[in-house]
Every structure is written in structure tokens, then in C-alpha cells.
Write a protein of this length. Structure first.
Length: 70
């Protein structure tokens, strides 16, 4: 997902928890990347649309496997 960026505010507590999680894994390079990924996943599931290419989908599956979700 690329394009123009905007600012979104979340609680400092949630940001710190996400930052700690990102630092403990190599799946995401920043909190922003994690949030963009999660939001994209939720919204694509909600609308039923396919947002990712087959290559991106495989990368997502690999990330989820490494996290123990698959």
C-alpha cells in the first residue's frame, strides 16, 4: 500500500505496546508499518475486496506463520 500519508492519533499506551512488539519481531520495521498492515487487513476483510497481489498475500501468510497464527 502506497500513497499520500496522513497523521492518525492513538493513545501513547497503545503506541508503546505496539512499539515494544515491533522491536521484538522482525516482521515489521515500524509501528506505522504494523498499523497500516493491520488496518488494511481489517478493512479488506470488511469489504470483501482483495487488496493484495498473490505475492503480497504470500508475504502476509509468511508473517502470520512466523507469529504462530498459521
Amino acid at each position: 500500500m502506497a500513497g499520500e500519508k496522513v497523521t492518525v492519533e492513538i493513545s501513547k499506551e497503545l503506541y508503546e505496546r505496539a512499539k515494544k512488539w515491533v522491536e521484538s519481531t522482525s516482521d515489521f520495521s515500524s509501528v506505522e508499518e504494523l498499523i497500516e498492515f493491520l488496518l488494511g487487513e481489517v478493512l479488506s476483510e470488511e469489504s470483501g475486496e482483495q487488496v493484495y497481489s498473490p505475492e503480497e498475500e504470500e508475504e502476509i501468510k509468511e508473517r502470520l506463520r512466523s507469529l504462530g497464527y498459521l
